[in-house]
Design a protein around this ligand. Structure first.
Ligand SMILES: O=C(O)c1cc(=O)[nH]c(=O)n1[C@@H]1O[C@H](COP(=O)(O)O)[C@@H](O)[C@H]1O
Length: 238
């Protein structure tokens, strides 16, 4: 994977995607379709984005019993997306079943999508994790533990904040993907995120891919915002 900047298309209908993409007509993008858009528009939205030539991270964060996740992934594999995810909290057996489902569903000759696992959501603080999930370790230890389970299950990497990415990379090497949302250029507009980082910090930590939603989709000029975040992420001198 070539260190993409993945844009989170957190929209409620296809027309918003069409309008959003208009200024990007010269860009080949990596786009994230999440539950809001997918639940509203179904597999047709994936087809539409693929036909426009973009890569797709289908972010549905599967978390259920192993048999159900296997079946879910079998169906998702047929959509031909580039990346899917699960919650590592579902456990090692569930994650192994996710991979089995993908392998069963994939069309012959097609590359299996990257399958990654969410460790601790970037909207979770250490205090929330300890008090609400009753996990009595530091947030970094919890993320590292989930990353270890994910690795053992044979998945391609994890979703974590850039704040934990360096630690994960030092344990598992750069072949194990770290995909980091919670990206806030200049640290602004944090919203519901708790563990945030700038694109530059993410790059310095060796993050494999950043996921950026509102700083681009809600910007007054989304293309300009995208290009400026991409420059910072890629380390191009501004
Ligand atoms: O799996 C994800 O993509 C994800 C995991 C996580 O821990 N935190 C997180 O924010 N995300 C997603 O990343 C995107 C971040 O969006 P913004 O906060 O608007 O940049 C959203 O679409 C979230 O669903």
């Amino acid at each position: 994977m070539n260190n993409p900047l993945i844009i989170a298309l957190d929209f409620s209908e296809k027309q918003q995607v069409v309008d959003f993409l208009k200024p990007f007509k010269d860009e080949k993008l990596f786009l994230k379709v999440g539950m809001e858009l997918f639940y509203a528009e179904g597999p047709a939205i994936v087809q539409f984005i693929k036909e426009a030539g973009h890569e797709i991270f289908l972010d549905l964060k599967l978390h259920d019993i192993p048999n159900t996740v296997k079946g879910g992934m079998k169906s998702l594999a047929r959509l031909g997306v580039d990346m899917v995810n699960v919650h590592a909290a579902g456990g090692r057996e569930m994650m192994e079943s996710a991979l089995e489902g993908l392998d069963c569903g994939i069309k012959a000759g097609v590359k299996r999508p990257y399958c990654i696992a969410v460790t601790q959501l970037t909207s979770t603080s250490e205090n929330q994790m300890q008090c609400e999930q009753l996990i009595p370790v530091s947030l970094q230890e919890s993320v590292l533990h989930y990353a270890e389970l994910t690795k053992q299950a044979g998945l391609d990497g994890v979703v974590c904040s850039a704040q934990e990415a360096g630690l994960i990379r030092s344990h598992f090497g750069k072949g194990f993907l770290t995909v980091s949302p919670g990206i806030r250029p200049g640290g602004n507009g944090i919203g519901d995120q708790k563990r945030v980082a700038t694109p530059q910090f993410a790059r310095e930590q060796g993050v494999s891919a950043i996921v950026v939603g509102r700083p681009i989709t809600q910007a007054e000029h989304p293309l300009e915002s995208y290009l400026s975040i991409k420059q910072e992420w890629e380390g191009v001198l501004l």
